[in-house]
Design a protein around this ligand. Structure first.
Ligand code: EPZ
Length: 421
């Protein structure tokens, strides 16, 4: 199993290209199920999660081809052979549940395994279920599988979500495109990945209004056609690499980044003392003057501070001057990186959903273990700033969401390499 070895202490200088968004691509790929014509996604990230979604779609009868070294994903669902998303795939990747809405809309039924537990929280799928039920589907849980049926086809309805859910909004949006009549999704997620999905569906012929706001309206159409769509930039990869010069000092330009993807995060980074500048090619981030300042961060749905950047922000705040408070409001167990950071000398106290971080002058290298995707990259960020050597093990988590992380950081002067552990 691979590990990442880092020798910390080098200020970073350089440019890092930001890939297409994993979480946008994972929602866009199942949209192929809505049409018998080809769907082509460009600017796709080369990640194991994307390959897993390809395997799932392949098991349903889709043709899936990775072109241009995986930068382009060509999908065709001309002949579907199955409507069953198997436990063996779903348990590896929860985003698998995003085939539910499209399968139901196209085939009138679907059998999707419940994903089971997750390292960062319980993550139920009741809101996905609610969305389908409001569109006229009947759902039943049997043998660990959700059996969904819409014998007379889906019909438009009002879906008023009690809390904001990215995945449930995506599933409902996709299903509604082929439902009879009008669907209104209230308290919809507003993430850039939702906007990207709506744009792609519209290019396929869907009639959608209001994406990016809390109320999305969909007029169902009889059929969708093929399209070619460019995946939006990955705002979480962007935020992660914006933190790299923030932890080490130096200047990095994140190519393809823009402030509209990452406003709340950029504001917090600025408040901590980091300079951010929009350039024609992306965002230039520098830390020039001493330690950063402690800040208060509260995670929230977009446009708030993303939960997917909380762990990485904690790595920065571990060496801030003064005390910082991080409140995690999206997932109930998303501080697994804290004990690992503490092995590197960070001073962190966790009480429920709140972590208090008392900044120390310097972290020290140590062997640490990744527990999930964002936790693993937070350990790499901490290692870049730490004195001495850090080995981060279990990096398969990292490969789910960051392509060529060691190459991108090495190009900016970091001493980082992948080793067989
Ligand atoms: C998406 O997960 C992302 N994944 C996550 O990224 C991200 O952390 C999350 O949104 C929040 O931004 C993908 O897009 C593939 P939610 P999702 O439904 O859609 C509760 C990463 O690191 N909830 O918005 O699963 C849920 O438990 C990952 O890239 C229900 O109660 O998240 C959570 O507390 C991790 N019932 C809250 O809603 C439901 O049916 C928000 O979750 C669904 C969700």
């Amino acid at each position: 199993m691979d590990a990442i070895r880092v020798r910390g202490g080098t200020a970073l200088q350089g440019r890092i290209p930001i890939a297409g968004a994993k979480n946008a691509c994972l929602a866009l790929m199942p949209a192929t199920l809505l049409t018998d014509e080809p769907l082509t996604l460009t600017n796709a990230p080369r990640l194991s999660d994307i390959r897993t979604m390809g395997t799932l779609l392949g098991s349903l009868g889709c043709e899936v081809a990775a072109l241009q070294e995986g930068r382009v994903v060509a999908l065709s669902s001309h002949d579907l052979t199955s409507t069953r998303a198997d436990y063996e795939i779903v348990r590896k990747m929860r985003a698998s549940v995003l085939v539910l809405g499209p399968l139901l809309a196209r085939e009138g039924h679907a059998e999707v395994s419940l994903p089971g537990g997750c390292a960062i929280g319980a993550r139920p799928v009741d809101l996905h279920q609610m969305g389908m039920e409001r569109l006229g589907a009947e759902l039943e849980l049997r043998d660990g599988y959700l059996h969904a049926r819409a014998p007379r086809g889906l019909r438009g309805g009002v879906v008023d979500f009690p809390i904001v859910s990215v995945g449930a909004t995506e599933n409902t949006l996709m299903a509604a495109t082929l439902a009879r009549g009008t669907t209104v999704i209230r308290n919809a997620a507003r993430e850039p990945e939702i906007v990207d999905l709506a744009r792609c569906l519209r290019a396929m012929g869907a009639r959608i209004d209001g994406e990016g706001t809390a109320e999305i309206t969909v007029e169902g159409v009889d059929r969708l056609s093929g399209a070619t769509h460019r995946v939006v930039a990955d705002r979480i990869e962007l935020g992660t690499y914006m933190l790299a010069p923030a932890v080490t000092g130096g200047t990095v330009e994140c190519l393809g980044g823009s402030l509209d993807l990452i406003g709340a995060f950029a504001e917090k980074l600025h408040e901590a003392g980091i300079d951010i500048e929009q350039t024609p090619d992306g965002l230039r981030v520098s830390r020039n003057n001493g330690r950063v300042r402690g800040i208060h961060v509260v995670t929230a749905p977009f446009p708030g501070f993303p939960t997917d950047l909380q762990a990485q922000m904690m790595a920065l705040l571990a060496t801030a001057e003064g005390t910082s408070v991080l409140e995690e409001r999206i997932f109930e167990n998303r501080f697994m990186h804290a004990p690992e950071l503490m092995r590197m000398g960070a001073r962190i106290e966790v009480h429920g959903g709140t972590a208090t971080v008392t900044g120390v002058e310097r972290l020290k290298g140590a062997p640490v273990m990744a527990t999930d995707l964002r936790a693993s990259v937070s350990l790499i960020l901490a290692a870049l700033a730490a004195e001495g050597e850090t080995v981060v093990s279990r990096v398969y988590h990292l490969d789910r969401g960051y392509e060529r992380v060691e190459e991108k950081l090495r190009a900016c002067g970091a001493e980082i390499e992948r080793v067989a552990a």
